[in-house]
Design a protein around this ligand. Structure first.
Ligand code: FPP
Length: 242
């Protein structure tokens, strides 16, 4: 379902839910002979620009892939840098998110993070839980296959306590996913020229428009998002029909 926006008349249709695989921080840094951390830092600046732009354009939900379940394979100091940036982002941006009526959500098994970070994240989510505006969902230690396996485990437990197996349909599975409270995914963008989903929102992407752009994530900004949304508006979505 697509809504027209009154906020930006030049954009005919705005996707309700946009998800982004933010890729290319390392290459951005390498191109400037900077350490990878500088690329991730610039990536956080891009997160700020893009979340603000998404709000201004009337996007109801923005889901960002910040740390995948496969990212644990990175060197320990890079993992620690990414956690540090997440702490920095939450501490410095929570006031703005709260003021802007944003609901912060997390998808993924973030409870495997360090206890102080889990507390910080839980507190930030709780502080914005009463907000009624756009959703900013951050994927932390997220993997779509693990999300689906967890949903299957919960449904199996319900079957053991009396749920008829015949009642497990698409809606039943969706209700068990981390994204259950988010609108259907309309547009999935990956930056940096790679054309893979990398275990991100595999179920949710079933009917989403996929967009692969060459821009490295730190260079992606409000204008780049507007261009993607404009291209989205020109695509014809048929959902399997003719
Ligand atoms: C991919 O670039 C990016 C990541 C693995 C991390 C994304 C994290 C951020 C943008 C910062 C933290 C996020 C928030 C929400 C505060 P890469 O390192 O794989 O780049 P490369 O493929 O060029 O090496």
């Amino acid at each position: 379902m697509i809504v027209a926006t009154a906020l930006s008349p030049e954009l005919a249709v705005v996707p309700r839910h946009v998800a982004i695989i933010m890729d290319g921080n390392g290459r951005w840094a390498k191109g400037r002979h900077l350490p990878r951390l500088a690329g991730h830092r610039a990536g956080v600046e891009a997160v700020r620009k893009v979340t603000r732009a998404a709000r201004a354009m009337g996007v109801e939900a923005l889901t960002l892939y910040a740390f995948s379940s496969e990212n644990w394979r990175r060197p320990a100091d890079e993992i620690s840098d990414l956690m540090g940036l997440l702490r920095w982002f939450i501490r410095s941006d929570l006031a703005e998110l709260t003021q802007e009526n944003v609901q912060l959500r997390i998808i993924g098994d973030y409870r495997r993070f360090q206890p102080d970070l889990v507390t910080l994240v839980d507190d930030a989510v709780a502080r914005t839980a009463g907000n009624t505006g756009p959703i900013l969902a951050i994927a932390l230690n997220y993997g779509a296959q693990a999300e689906l396996a967890a949903a299957a485990r919960r449904l199996a437990a319900k079957v053991l306590t009396g749920l008829p197996a015949e009642q497990i349909d698409e809606a039943a599975i969706e209700a068990e996913l981390d994204t259950a409270a988010l609108p259907p995914l309309d547009l999935l963008i990956r930056t940096s020229g790679e054309q893979r989903l990398s275990n991100f929102l595999l179920w949710q992407a079933a009917y989403a428009e996929l967009m692969f752009v060459d821009t490295l994530w730190p260079d992606f900004d409000g204008d780049a998002l507007a261009a993607a949304i404009d291209a989205f508006g020109r695509r014809e979505r048929r959902y399997g029909g003719r």
